[in-house]
Design a protein around this ligand. Sequence first.
Ligand SMILES: *[C@@H]1O[C@H](CO)[C@@H](O)[C@H](O)[C@H]1NC(C)=O
Ligand SMILES: *[C@@H]1O[C@H](CO)[C@@H](O)[C@H](O)[C@H]1NC(C)=O
Ligand SMILES: *[C@@H]1O[C@H](CO)[C@@H](O)[C@H](O)[C@H]1NC(C)=O
Ligand SMILES: *[C@@H]1O[C@H](CO)[C@@H](O)[C@H](O)[C@H]1NC(C)=O
Ligand SMILES: *[C@@H]1O[C@H](CO)[C@@H](O)[C@H](O)[C@H]1NC(C)=O
Length: 376
Amino acid sequence: MASSSSFLRLILLFSLLFVIKAAKTASQRHRFTSIFSFGDSLADTGNYVLTNKTSRLGSLPYGETYFHRPSGRASNGRLVVDFVAEALGIPLLPPYLGSKNKVLTKGVNFAVSGATAVDVSFFIKKGFMYKTNLTLGVQLQWFQQLLPSLCGSPSNCKEFFKKSLFLVGEIGGNDYNHPFSQKRSVEEIRSIIPKVVHAISSAVNTLIGYGAVTLFVPGNLPIGCSAYYLTLHSSSNKVDYDTSGCLTSFNEFSKYHNNLLQKELKRLQVLHPNVTIIYGDYYNAAIDLYYSPSKLGFSKGGLRACCGGGGSYNFNTSALCGNPGFTVCEDPSSYVSWDGIHLTEAAYKWIANFLLQHSLLISKVTIVSSNNVSNI
Ligand SMILES: *[C@@H]1O[C@H](CO)[C@@H](O)[C@H](O)[C@H]1NC(C)=O
Ligand SMILES: *[C@@H]1O[C@H](CO)[C@@H](O)[C@H](O)[C@H]1NC(C)=O
Ligand SMILES: *[C@@H]1O[C@H](CO)[C@@H](O)[C@H](O)[C@H]1NC(C)=O
Ligand SMILES: *[C@@H]1O[C@H](CO)[C@@H](O)[C@H](O)[C@H]1NC(C)=O
Ligand SMILES: *[C@@H]1O[C@H](CO)[C@@H](O)[C@H](O)[C@H]1NC(C)=O
């Protein structure tokens, strides 16, 4: 468990970050009183298990560390969204599907494990598999349906959202994970990246239309370092791996998605100078963990999963964490990877810290006060 002093530093950093940013962008101080979150299993705090009671995410060891019960999160404990909420003094976000008739003035979480950014009709047409039809578009519809009871008229909602932080993602990873699990080629899947990025940026645009003024939009993780990809796409050719043992072509794939996403966010920032759009650099946060795990306190290394069914990376599709045949490590906090796909609470906490320190720098690039696109 974290020392209270490092937690305090986290709070201070976060407060500082947003006070500075708010002062810069609106000459008016934001004090966030609510968070609205969209995304997939990296952000889901319980929606998916409410739609599927037999999901392994709904049983131990998921949730064993912090909640001491399965919480519907795809980790042993808390996620980045939880650490952000804690830092802002906002209660951990309830899942939207479990919040019927509840007062949601402190925000709610629409994220669903397995969700894609692009609508499922596209994947059906392509012959790609998918896990849930509760896509980013559906999550936005839930948000729209909530507005009358949450804040009333459009102008009241705009006022309300001035004090809201919008977390749009991580989302998009599954648009690639699912077809990659079917062994579709990197070239084929690369061609859908612009469509995925467009789905994310139109969601950002829609939220701005409803009055969102502070949006945090994470990129994709370095998938070439995940036990899942390392197992499914293992290669006998050494040149396919970098010096830390990650698959280079898959990390390049993530970088390409992230570059397009950042370009798109910069474009939106120019269109909406009064709004603050922050790119969340999950890639570089996680790459530090994968490349120097023991230096950063993850003594069991970055690539091998804590919970899984054996093999070089303790990842086995026939014995996934939570399914028959798995074993779980004794000390998840010394691992980066929880179940081969998702990260441990300790890793998410580290990433949250990283983002708080680096978003300040990134925001200098993305916050643009002029309307002149060619200045970027
Ligand atoms: C629910 O989860 C189980 C276990 O992962 C899976 O086999 C099943 O297809 C899921 N059901 C639905 C309706 O998605
Ligand atoms: C998702 O799929 C389920 C089951 O196939 C269906 O009942 C539901 O209406 C679909 N939801 C949406 C939003 O498409
Ligand atoms: C941005 O804010 C300024 C000052 O409040 C206002 O005059 C301007 O119309 C706003 N611009 C947009 C695009 O909303
Ligand atoms: C994967 O899991 C299956 C089912 O439990 C098991 O038979 C197999 O030996 C495992 N593979 C590895 C490499 O551990
Ligand atoms: C935009 O910036 C460029 C380069 O700084 C300048 O040449 C151009 O006149 C500017 N356009 C407008 C509309 O301000």
